[in-house]
Design a protein around this ligand. Structure first.
Ligand code: HEC
Ligand code: HEC
Length: 391
């Protein structure tokens, strides 16, 4: 494919795939060249062919269990990175491509929209044929640090998680066979997968390659560079006095937010029963109680990160709060106030009655808005390997 005589030096490391895409009708045809990046996304460094996350927080000592999260607490061990640049870039195409759904109409990005904090602004999302999901779409920022996936923690790796939306009838409603057939029938994808998985001896795309690529892309969505982070690293002017007051209430032993939403990830990566249900309009969601077959975890959900929280309304697993202020106010209305008498939940002992004043709630909200950082937003592909329109 490469022209040795003129290009060998410059282009030997650049992998190009010619893709012929057909647009519109008649004989109108555009020839496009799709490439896979051979460099890591920003915020990552190429080490022995693998993209590794680089953050100031890696300079700080981490307490084994995350501690209570002082400003200079390090990142927890066990980050899932180390995919090749090509795998990450292939994952990016897959993420945006509605070819992955049974109807060719729904992509991962239909619900995890980059311009909406990788969520979609809705209480419940719409999958194929306008079927709605039963929980609100969570953000994908900093997924690489997660131990559990889904609100109820039912998956324990990014690769395992991906099976959920791909094959769920309310999301992309595909089957493994259907998905592989579509990808294998597409010569551009076949070429791109060969580049991303050069060691593969089989001649066709395998399920694991699809899951690995999507996980690889997710691993590159890192957000650790907000105004709060500048403050944490020592630049005190990054926050104003109201935001600093908010940080202090957030960390206080009255509000106790930081004990679950522990910096720097703003989650302790655990599951907690906090009693945020909307049983008036919906059946009780047992959440982690089902996953762990343990009724003491009924109503338990993954402690979500609060990174980019300003961008991902509405809030909680059922999207019951439209604004950040409502979500924060929930905590001060009293332990278990939203739990109907008919339910006996084992609420986490850090959920109490902090009796925050209106001013303190506003300060917390102001602080939460300093956690916005979308510098490493990935590029949205201009064209997809399938030739389908972006949706
Ligand atoms: C129809 C909307 C929809 C589509 C399409 C969709 N998701 Fe999701 N996603 C959700 C919802 C809703 C949840 C939460 C489900 C739950 O917790 O039970 C979720 C959860 C996740 C999570 C777990 C997040 C966490 O905090 O644990 C990841 C990762 C994810 N999706 C990635 C993807 C990828 C990759 C694709 C494409 C293959 C995709 N999603 C397609 C709606 C969608
Ligand atoms: C005992 C652990 C715990 C404590 C303490 C705690 N949270 Fe939470 N937080 C959670 C869990 C679990 C959820 C998800 C609950 C759900 O979806 O039903 C959550 C959800 C949230 C959300 C919505 C996130 C989203 O993506 O929808 C916000 C905002 C929030 N918490 C802020 C706070 C603030 C502010 C405080 C302190 C006043 C606080 N939390 C204290 C565990 C905790």
């Amino acid at each position: 494919m490469l022209n040795k005589k003129s290009n060998s030096g410059i282009f030997s490391s650049i992998l190009l795939v010619s893709a012929v895409l057909f647009w519109g009708c008649g004989d109108q045809m555009k020839k496009e060249e799709l490439t896979l990046q051979s460099t890591c996304p920003p915020g990552m460094e190429l080490v022995n062919g693998e993209c590794k996350v680089r953050s100031m927080y890696q300079q700080y000592e981490s307490l084994q269990n995350g501690g209570l999260g002082g400003l200079k607490t390090g990142l927890p061990p066990g980050i899932k990175d180390g995919y090749s640049p090509e795998q990450i870039d292939l994952g990016r195409y897959l993420f945006f491509d509605p070819l992955l759904s049974s109807t060719n109409k729904v992509s991962c990005a239909s619900c995890h929209q980059p311009n909406a904090g990788f969520s979609d602004g809705k209480r419940f999302s719409q999958g194929v044929d306008s079927q709605t999901t039963s929980r609100s779409t969570p953000t994908l920022w900093n997924m690489a640090f997660s131990k559990h996936f889904f609100w109820d923690a039912r998956a324990s790796s990014m690769e395992e998680q991906v099976l959920g939306p791909l094959y769920h009838e309310h999301e992309m409603a595909n089957t493994e066979k259907g998905l592989l057939e579509k990808l294998n029938n597409n010569s551009t994808y076949r070429d791109l997968f060969k580049i991303a998985f050069p060691e593969n001896i089989e001649n066709s795309i395998t399920p694991n390659q699809v899951y690995t690529s999507l996980a690889a892309f997710e691993s590159s969505l890192i957000s650790l560079n907000s105004r709060y982070d500048q403050y944490a690293h020592g630049y005190h002017e990054a926050l104003d006095s109201i935001e600093i007051a908010g940080l202090n209430v957030f960390r206080s032993f009255v509000a106790r937010c930081a004990e679950c939403h522990t910096p720097p990830l703003f989650t302790n990566r655990q599951i907690a029963v906090i009693g945020t249900m909307d049983t008036e309009n919906r059946p009780f969601d047992r959440g982690a109680g089902v996953t762990f077959k343990d009724s003491t975890m009924d109503g338990g959900f993954k402690v979500p990160t609060l990174r980019n929280i300003e961008r991902t309304a509405p809030y909680m697993h059922d999207g019951k709060f439209a604004t950040l202020k409502e979500a924060v106010t929930f905590y001060t209305l009293g332990r278990g106030h939203a739990v109907p008498d008919s339910l006996d939940l084992k609420l986490h002992w850090h959920i109490w009655e902090p009796q925050l004043k209106e001013k303190e709630i506003d300060q917390i909200v102001a602080f939460l808005k300093t956690l916005t950082d979308e510098t490493f937003l990935p590029q949205i592909p201009k064209k997809l390997p399938s030739g389908l329109p972006l949706n």
